[in-house]
Structure formats: C-alpha cells, structure tokens
Design a protein around this ligand. Structure first.
Ligand SMILES: *[C@@H]1O[C@H](CO)[C@@H](O)[C@H](O)[C@H]1NC(C)=O
Ligand SMILES: *[C@@H]1O[C@H](CO)[C@@H](O)[C@H](O)[C@H]1NC(C)=O
Ligand SMILES: *[C@@H]1O[C@H](CO)[C@@H](O)[C@H](O)[C@H]1NC(C)=O
Ligand SMILES: *[C@@H]1O[C@H](CO)[C@@H](O)[C@H](O)[C@H]1NC(C)=O
Ligand SMILES: *[C@@H]1O[C@H](CO)[C@@H](O)[C@H](O)[C@H]1NC(C)=O
Ligand SMILES: *[C@@H]1O[C@H](CO)[C@@H](O)[C@H](O)[C@H]1NC(C)=O
Ligand SMILES: *[C@@H]1O[C@H](CO)[C@@H](O)[C@H](O)[C@H]1NC(C)=O
Ligand SMILES: *[C@@H]1O[C@H](CO)[C@@H](O)[C@H](O)[C@H]1NC(C)=O
Ligand SMILES: *[C@@H]1O[C@H](CO)[C@@H](O)[C@H](O)[C@H]1NC(C)=O
Ligand SMILES: *[C@@H]1O[C@H](CO)[C@@H](O)[C@H](O)[C@H]1NC(C)=O
Length: 442
C-alpha cells in the first residue's frame, strides 16, 4: 500500500539513487573518509608507479595507521541513541511504509558495537600489511617495532609483526617491541598535538558541527518521512551515518549504507575531511598545523641523512591518521587553496582527501633510494601513500622527478627548511603552542 506522497517520491532522483544495488554500495564504502576500510589509493595520472630498474631502495620508514576499529565512545552514543529510539518506537516502525533500503528495520536494528579497540577486519588489514611489506622489501631488516601506546595501535603492530616475522616472533627473530606513551608528558612524532597546550580538537569539531547544520537536515527529513512518530533528529541521522561506517568497520557490511544516496555519503565524507583538516591539518590556527608535523619530518630527515650516525635501514612504526595528516601538513602536501570551508565543499576536486590518504590501516612509506644511471645517480626520496606514489611537488625540479613523483634527497631537505628550522620548545613552537610543557633538550 503506497501513499500518494511515497509514489511521488519514487520519481525523485535521490530515491532512485538510494535504492541502488549492493554492488553499487561498494563504491561508497571507500568514501567514508578516515573511517573507510583500507583500500589502495588511486594512481596519480602522469606518475609512473614503478621506479626505473637501475634503482635500489636503501632505507625505508613506515608509519602505519591502526586498522579498522570500533567507534570512539563519543561516536557510539549517536548510534546507541538511534538504536534505543527505534527500539522504543517498535510499534511505529512496524506500521511504517518503508522503502526496500529500510526494510531491515522491521526485523529490529539493535547495535552491539563496542568502542575504541581494533575490530576483526582491522586485525586482518594489519596482518596482510605485514605480509605485503615483507614481500615488497625483502632486502631490508630491523629488529625493532615502535607503537604509539594506545591499545588499538599496539594490537595493530602485533598483527603486522605476526604477518611480517612469523609465528615465533618476538623470540625468533628477537624483536624489541617498544611503545611510546600517547600523553602530554611525551614529545612524540606519533602524537605531536598532545604536547601543544594551545591545540584543541574543537578546531575541527566546531567546523563539523557547523557543516552538520547544513547537510544533515535534508537527510533527517527524508528518513523521518518514512518513520512518522519516531522523532528522528539530526543527531540520529548522524548516528545512522556512523552506523554505516562502523558496522562496516566491525562486520564488513552495514544495512544503513544502503539507505544513503551517493551525495549524502559524500557530504559525510566532507565532514570527516573537515574534522581532520581542522584538528590535525591546515585548518588549525596560524602555523599550528605545519609546526606539529615538523616532529615527524625532522625525524625523517635526521634518519635519511644519518645525521646522528646510528640510522637504521628500516623503521616500522605504528600510529594514527592524525600522525599522517600532521606530517602531510608540515610537508605542504594535500593543501587546498582556498582552504576547506565549514559552509560546504568549495572545490569538488579538493586535495585533502581522508578517504584516500588516511583510511583505516593507512600506510605512509618513505623510501630513500639511489639509481645507477636514472635520476642523476644521487640519493633520492619517494613517498608511497596507501600503495601509490604521492608526488613530492615541493621539490620535484627535473622532468624525471615529475615523472616519478620523486626528488633528490638534498632538494627535499632544502624544501623543508621550515621543518628543519623548527624544534620542540623553540621560539616558533612556544609562540604557537604556548610554553613547552615538557623540559626542552638543549
Ligand atoms: C543520547 O541520549 C541521551 C539521553 O537521552 C542524551 O542525554 C544525549 O545527549 C544523547 N547523545 C547524543 C549524542 O545524541
Ligand atoms: C528505550 O530507551 C532506553 C533509554 O533511552 C534504552 O535503555 C532502552 O534499551 C530502549 N529500549 C529498546 C527496546 O531499545
Ligand atoms: C580494549 O582491550 C583491552 C585489552 O583486552 C581492554 O583492557 C580494554 O578494556 C578494551 N577497551 C575497550 C574500550 O573495550
Ligand atoms: C628497545 O628499544 C628502545 C627504544 O629504542 C630502547 O630504549 C631499548 O634500550 C631497547 N631495548 C633493547 C633490549 O634493545
Ligand atoms: C568551539 O565552539 C564553542 C561553542 O561555540 C566555543 O566556546 C569554543 O571556543 C570553540 N572552540 C574552538 C577551538 O574554536
Ligand atoms: C523530538 O526530540 C527532540 C530532541 O530530543 C525534542 O526536543 C522534541 O521535543 C521531540 N519532539 C517530539 C514531537 O517528541
Ligand atoms: C649510518 O652511519 C653509520 C656510521 O657510519 C653506519 O654504520 C650505518 O650503516 C649508517 N646507516 C645507514 C642506514 O646507512
Ligand atoms: C644532479 O644532482 C646534483 C646535486 O643535486 C645537481 O647539482 C645537478 O644539477 C643535477 N644534474 C642534473 C642533470 O639534474
Ligand atoms: C627560522 O626560525 C626563525 C625563528 O623562529 C624565524 O625567524 C625564521 O624566519 C625561520 N626561517 C625559516 C627559513 O623558516
Ligand atoms: C619554550 O618554553 C619552555 C617552557 O617555558 C622554555 O623552557 C623554553 O626556553 C622556551 N623556548 C624559548 C626559545 O624561549
């Protein structure tokens, strides 16, 4: 029994898109920003993926994001509130005339999601990355693993290590598994914002609240149109979007994803881009974004130039999407002009793309390499982000650089003078972050 209202809705493009097949949904799964499951980044047009045959990778630094996790406790409430509301309104739900994409509600939708820790798909992503890394760099070795001190990061490093070292790890080979506390007492390139007093998550959080008042109401209207008597609010709609992303992160599938149109998912993706840009990127006030990321960039330059004489050929380190985003910001990569706006996307082809740059289990791999003839025979550097070259535009000076997205290492160092000129607790750091909270080393 279709009402006249529903019949007329059937012809609106939004509804046609929302009733897409499950196969169609696959392409929104990779558009869930930093909550997307791991997927390879798209190749950059015009950039060769493989280095010339005469090149040898001599040194590698991996910064590996943890795998898929449960929602953060702060996000889970939205899903739970929606779940409770639907549960308490089960009579109204049974009476409702629901489209195909919401039929699952008739059977009752009750969330069982946990919070914060790694999920089963997250374990698999990391095990697979450990195996792949060994196959990609069989000639490089290390006996050390460094993980940020959060449960999901530590567990991610463990699964990677199982894939990489095998079942007798950490005894054979012997491996030094070290954790770095994630707190305001530890200066760390994994969590640099934690030692910046002026840093505030709300720089990103407030932007997403503003954007939410723009993009959520039309979805709320559409959803509540199907559920008279349930009083669906924008917070519930937000919960349904989180449920799509996090059911997927935990179970590999979510009934909620089928309800949303592509554009609705892309607007949610924009919210996640805004959050990460605002709290861990170019959206932070003044120079805060670039300054935080200098801790990582300086460590990279220190190791690749063997400045302290004890550099190793391979570094396996485990952290967060925020680690990668802060590093990109110090490097001046993925920067948008004009900047992202809390009023909505101004540029559909924006550079800052958390879906491609920092999905769950994102891997940022830095290679130092030398070629016997190609690329001028000098030390070179390349960034591979999620399996594809991320061109180092700040120092690509020659035609060959631009073809491979690489730079002479010397030019890379020159281009990163902002980073090498900054250190924790120096004048620039204090001016941006407030007086250093951890004793500053001479
Ligand atoms: C969840 O529901 C509780 C109780 O009604 C309310 O206090 C809280 O603000 C809600 N949280 C969200 C995020 O909707
Ligand atoms: C009804 O709502 C309350 C709190 O808002 C919740 O604890 C309870 O589980 C809900 N009932 C159902 C059947 O979902
Ligand atoms: C995460 O796992 C650890 C180890 O089992 C446990 O101590 C912790 O309570 C878990 N955290 C959550 C939020 O479930
Ligand atoms: C393990 O690595 C940490 C950090 O680099 C270092 O402080 C510690 O001495 C190492 N332990 C062993 C047994 O090598
Ligand atoms: C976020 O918004 C709240 C409420 O408007 C405001 O008090 C706070 O200063 C804002 N925080 C930041 C970092 O902009
Ligand atoms: C719907 O929920 C909102 C937020 O919880 C509340 O302010 C409003 O009074 C409710 N409306 C109805 C009709 O129950
Ligand atoms: C760094 O320099 C030391 C001392 O010369 C050397 O033993 C070590 O192999 C170098 N590390 C790398 C990665 O080249
Ligand atoms: C080769 O590299 C050196 C050192 O960076 C530079 O001075 C020189 O101009 C480069 N030559 C070419 C042909 O790119
Ligand atoms: C280096 O830092 C000093 C002090 O913060 C600043 O005055 C100068 O402009 C910086 N130079 C560069 C190249 O960033
Ligand atoms: C930055 O602040 C810390 C803590 O007050 C202080 O020890 C340090 O000297 C300051 N740095 C500069 C360059 O003034």
């Amino acid at each position: 029994m279709l009402s006249a209202v529903l019949l007329s809705l059937c012809f609106s493009p939004a509804i046609l898109a929302a009733s897409g097949s499950r196969a169609e949904r696959k392409d929104v799964y990779n558009r869930l920003g930093n909550l997307s499951p791991y997927h390879k980044a798209p190749a950059v047009p015009g950039i060769e993926s493989a280095l010339p045959n005469d090149c040898t990778v001599e040194q590698v630094m991996l910064m590996q994001r943890h795998g898929s996790r449960w929602p953060l406790a702060s996000e889970l409430v939205y899903i739970q509130n929606l779940s409770y509301k639907l549960g308490n309104a089960s009579d109204a739900v049974q009476k409702a005339d629901l489209p195909q994409s919401l039929q699952f509600l008739k059977a009752g939708y009750t969330t069982q999601l946990g919070h914060d820790n790694l999920t089963a798909p997250g374990r698999k992503q990391l095990f697979d990355h450990g195996v792949d890394f060994l196959l990609d760099y069989p000639h490089l070795h290390t006996d050390t693993i460094v993980a940020g001190g959060q449960d999901r990061v530590i567990e991610s490093a463990e699964w990677f290590a199982k894939g990489y070292f095998g079942r007798y790890y950490p005894n054979s080979p012997p491996v030094n598994f070290t954790t770095v506390p994630e707190d305001s007492k530890t200066v760390s390139w994994i969590t640099p914002m934690d030692t910046c007093s002026e840093w505030d998550y709300d720089y990103g959080g407030n932007a997403t609240i503003e954007w939410g008042t723009v993009y959520l109401p039309p979805i709320t209207k559409r959803l509540s149109g199907y559920l008279p008597g349930v009083n669906i609010t924008d917070d519930d709609t937000h919960g349904a979007l989180y449920a799509c992303a996090y059911d997927l992160a935990a179970y590999g599938v979510s009934p909620w994803c089928n309800f949303f149109t592509h554009d609705e998912i892309y607007n949610f993706e924009y919210e996640l881009d805004l959050l990460m840009d605002g709290a861990f990127g170019y959206g932070l006030p003044g120079q805060m974004g670039p300054i935080l990321g200098t801790l990582y960039v300086n460590k990279l330059i220190e190791r690749f130039s063997n400045k302290t004489g004890d550099a190793e050929e391979l570094y396996l380190e485990f952290g967060h999407d925020t680690t990668i985003d802060q590093a990109l910001t110090a490097l001046g990569l993925a920067k948008d002009t004009p900047p992202l706006s809390a009023k909505g996307p101004v540029n559909p082809n924006r550079e800052w793309r958390t879906s491609e740059q920092v999905p769950f289990a994102a891997k940022m791999i830095w290679e130092k390499f030398t070629c016997s003839k190609s690329l001028n025979g000098t030390s070179q550097i390349r960034l591979l982000l999620n399996g594809e070259t991320f061109p180092l535009t700040m120092c690509s000076n020659t035609a060959e650089d631009r073809r491979f997205g690489t730079c002479a290492f010397e030019e890379f160092v020159r281009a990163n003078a902002f980073s090498t000129n900054t250190s924790y607790g120096d004048a620039a750091w204090n001016a941006t972050c407030g007086p250093a909270t951890v004793p500053v080393q001479a």
